[in-house]
Design a protein around this ligand. Structure first.
Ligand code: TRP
Length: 441
C-alpha cells in the first residue's frame, strides 16, 4: 500500500479511543442489570477478580500483537503464523455479529434520547418499550441513523475521526456520569440500593452467574476479537504498553461500577426491582426519571451519556472490519466504510424485526437478536483463549515481552506474572467456565 499507516496523535488519544471502545452499552446497560440479577455485590466481586486476573492479561496481549505487527487482527496473526490467521478472521466475523445488534440497541438509545425531550416516555414504560421494539419501522429508522453516525466517524479516519470523537465524548461521558451518580445516591431511600450493590449475596452466585461475569468481562473490555489488536496497531513503538493495558481496564471498570451507583440506588429509591433484566435501562429508568425532580433533564443527559458510550464502542467494532479490508484486500477507507456499515445495517434489520413480526423465527430456540448476542458470548472467550495459546505457545512469551518492554525494562515482576497468566491461568479459567456452562462439573 502506498498510503502510510495511520497513527494515533498521542498516547492520551489512544487511551481515550481504547477506553471508548471498552466503555459502552456493556457498562451502562448490561453491567447494572447483570449485577441486579446475580446478587449485587457478589457478582461485582467476581467480575473484579476476572478483570484482575484475566482482563489485564488479555488486554496486554492484544496490544502487543497489534503494536508488534502494525497490522489489524487477521493480518497480524497471519504475519506471525499463517496457520493462526483464522483467529483474526474469527474476530472480523465477530465484529459483524456484534455491531449488527449493537447498532439496533444504539438506535433504541437515540429514540429514548429524543422521546425524553419530545413528549416524554409514556407512564406505562413497559408497554411503550414493548411496542417500540416490536414496531417494524421505527427502530430500524433509528438503527440506520446510529449506523450512519458510526460510519461518518470511522470514515474520517484514525486521528481525525475516531481519536477526535473519543477525546471529546469520553471526558463528557465521565462528567455526566458523575452528575447522575451524585443525583442517584442522594435521593431519599437510596441507601437500600447502595447496600444491595455493595453487600455480596453469595447464595445468588451460581455457576451461571460466574459465566455471565466472564462473558461480560470480555464484552466490556472489547477483548477476544482483535479490537484492541487493531487499535494497538496504530500505536507508536515508544508508548508504554504495560501502563496502557492497566489504565484502559481500570477506566472501563470504574465506569461500570459508577453506572451501578448511578442506576441501582435510584431504582431502589423509587421502589423498583433491581432484577428487571435487560429492561432495567429502557423500562425501569424512565419511570425513575419521571418521579425525580428535574427528571426530564436527568433523563435526557443520561441518554446522551449512553449514546456517547455506545458510539465510541461501535466505531471500534466497525474499525476492526474496515482495517481488515484495508490491510488484507487493499480497499480504500471510504469504500470499506460504506460497504461494511451497509452490510451490518442489513444484518441488523432481521435482528430488529425478530423482536416483533419475525419473532417466531428461531435459531437454537432464540430469536435472531438473542442469537447474535449468544454467538458473541461464545466467540469472544474462544477468541481470547486462542489468543492466549497463540502468545504463550506459538509466538512465544519472549517475543511478546520484547514488544511490551520496548527492549527496555519491565515494571517489577511483570514478566513472571504475564507468563503465568497467559500460559496457564487465563486459558484454564476460560475452559473451566465453559465446561461448567456445559454442566461437566
Ligand atoms: N466494549 C463495548 C461495550 O462494553 C462493546 C464493544 C466494542 C466490544 N468493541 C468490542 C465488545 C469488541 C467485544 C469486542 O459496550
Amino acid at each position: 500500500m502506498t498510503e502510510k499507516r495511520a497513527q494515533w496523535g498521542s498516547n492520551f488519544g489512544f487511551i481515550m479511543a481504547a477506553a471508548g471502545s471498552a466503555v459502552g452499552l456493556g457498562n451502562l446497560w448490561k453491567f447494572p442489570y447483570l449485577a441486579g440479577k446475580n446478587g449485587g455485590g457478589a457478582f461485582v466481586l467476581i467480575y473484579l477478580l476476572i478483570v484482575l486476573f484475566i482482563g489485564f492479561t488479555i488486554m496486554l496481549g492484544e496490544m502487543a500483537i497489534g503494536r508488534h505487527t502494525q497490522l489489524s487482527s487477521f493480518n497480524a496473526y497471519q504475519k506471525i503464523s499463517k496457520k493462526w490467521a483464522f483467529v483474526g478472521g474469527l474476530g472480523v466475523l465477530a465484529g459483524f455479529v456484534i455491531l449488527s445488534f449493537y447498532s439496533v440497541v444504539g438506535g433504541w438509545v437515540l429514540n429514548y434520547m429524543f422521546k425524553t425531550v419530545i413528549g416524554g416516555i409514556p407512564a406505562d414504560s413497559a408497554a411503550y418499550f414493548g411496542s417500540f421494539i416490536s414496531n417494524p419501522i421505527l427502530p430500524i429508522f433509528w438503527h440506520l441513523i446510529f449506523m450512519a453516525m458510526t460510519a461518518v466517524i470511522v470514515f474520517k479516519g484514525i486521528g481525525g475521526g475516531i481519536e477526535k470523537a473519543c477525546k471529546f465524548m469520553m471526558p463528557a461521558l465521565f462528567v455526566i456520569l458523575v452528575i447522575i451518580c451524585i443525583r442517584s445516591v442522594t435521593l431519599p431511600g437510596a441507601a437500600a440500593g447502595i447496600a444491595f450493590y455493595l453487600t455480596p449475596d453469595f447464595s445468588k452466585l451460581t455457576a451461571g452467574a460466574v459465566i455471565a461475569a466472564l462473558g461480560q468481562v470480555f464484552f466490556s473490555l472489547s477483548l477476544g476479537m482483535g479490537c484492541i489488536i487493531t487499535y494497538g496497531s496504530y500505536l507508536g513503538k515508544e508508548e508504554n504498553l504495560a501502563k496502557n493495558s492497566m489504565i484502559v481496564p481500570f477506566l472501563d471498570t470504574l465506569v461500570a461500577l459508577l453506572a451501578g451507583f448511578a442506576i441501582l440506588p435510584a431504582v431502589f429509591a423509587f421502589g423498583f426491582e433491581p432484577g428487571a433484566g435487560p429492561g432495567l435501562m429502557f423500562v425501569t429508568l424512565p419511570q425513575v426519571f419521571a418521579q425525580m425532580p428535574f427528571g426530564t433533564f436527568f433523563g435526557f443527559i443520561f441518554f446522551v451519556l449512553v449514546l456517547f458510550a455506545a458510539l465510541t464502542s461501535s466505531i471500534s467494532l466497525l474499525e476492526v472490519t474496515v482495517a481488515y479490508m484495508q490491510d488484507q484486500h487493499k480497499w480504500g477507507r471510504s469504500k470499506s466504510v460504506i460497504t461494511l456499515s451497509g452490510i451490518m445495517f442489513l444484518i441488523g434489520i432481521p435482528a430488529s424485526l425478530s423482536m416483533g413480526v419475525w419473532g417466531s423465527f428461531k435459531i437454537l430456540g432464540k430469536n435472531f437478536f438473542d442469537f447474535l448476542g449468544f454467538a458473541s458470548d461464545i466467540m469472544l472467550p474462544v477468541g481470547g483463549l486462542l489468543m492466549c495459546i497463540f502468545i504463550g505457545y506459538v509466538w512465544g512469551i519472549d517475543k511478546a515481552i520484547d514488544e511490551i518492554s520496548n527492549g527496555g525494562k519491565l515494571p517489577f515482576k511483570l514478566r513472571g506474572v504475564f507468563t503465568i497468566m497467559i500460559k496457564y491461568v487465563a486459558p484454564v479459567a476460560v475452559i473451566a467456565v465453559f465446561l461448567n456452562a456445559l454442566g461437566v462439573f
